[in-house]
Design a protein around this ligand. Structure first.
Ligand SMILES: [Zn+2]
Length: 247
């Protein structure tokens, strides 16, 4: 009789291992991690999470303890490795990288005698320029010669900002973790990044193109409630992370 019971258990365990194996295969085949600076840390975290949840069936404090044990930080930041990996994966819009070098940018001023922007390398007048249709923004700079144009652009930008009509830009980075494991990601993101809010199109990167179409079909851009909780704190998170399994 004991043999029959352990046989059932063996079958159940094997099914879990097979399921975890499939999840891990999908995780390692996902090339998007390569685009993140801490992508390999995030991938390790997710692999540990998949194994701990699916095979070992850990939850609550046991689950969090296991992850902290496998991915230790430093004495001053015991969960720093995990926090940094999660912070980089916060679903959000990122503007295109600044043209130019570091603090210097290339002037966006209009040229009268030729087409294309001025292109002068300059450190004066950095400002945001937002596309009123998509809400996407970038940083632009203007050189001394194009100061007047810069001031005009800034006046328009401020009007846009104050109008309250700018749509939320679609996220274009992060959101890999929830594609691979069902944990309480919205809370985990909110814990490490102050002022982070769940995007209206959700936190799963793979869903964004479809959700964007759904939102575009609506008369107005409605914010969905995320279950992300604002931590309201500055600087690094002081509470240890809590990983929970979400069904
Ligand atoms: Zn210029």
């Amino acid at each position: 009789m004991g043999g029959r019971v352990s046989g059932e258990r063996f079958g159940r365990d094997m099914r879990r291992v097979v399921k975890a194996h499939e999840q891990l295969e999908r995780l390692y085949a996902d090339r998007r991690f390569a685009g993140q600076r801490r992508g390999s840390d995030l991938r390790s975290l997710l692999a540990h999470l998949i194994w701990a949840i699916t095979v070992e069936q850990l939850s609550g404090d046991n689950l969090t303890d296991r992850l902290l044990h496998l991915m230790p930080g430093t004495p001053s930041r015991p969960w720093g490795t995990i926090d940094d990996a999660i912070r980089e994966d916060c679903p959000r819009y990122e503007p295109p990288a600044d043209r130019g070098h570091g603090y210097y940018g290339l002037c966006s001023g209009t040229m009268v005698r030729r087409s294309g922007p001025c292109g002068q390398q300059t450190a004066s007048m950095h400002q945001r320029r937002t596309d009123p249709v998509t809400g996407q923004w970038e940083t632009v700079v203007f050189c001394r010669r194009h100061e007047a144009e810069g001031r005009e652009a800034w006046a328009i930008e401020r009007q846009l900002q104050e109008s309250g009509t700018l749509p939320e830009p679609l996220p274009n980075t992060g959101g890999l973790a929830p594609s691979h494991s069902r944990a309480n990601w919205a809370n985990l993101y909110a814990r490490v990044s102050r002022n982070w809010k769940a995007p209206a199109v959700g936190i799963i990167a793979a869903d964004w193109p479809t959700m964007a179409k759904v939102h575009a079909a609506r008369p107005s851009f409605v914010m969905l409630d995320g279950d992300g909780q604002e931590t309201g704190t500055d600087g690094p998170a002081t509470e240890r992370p809590r990983f929970e399994v979400v069904r």
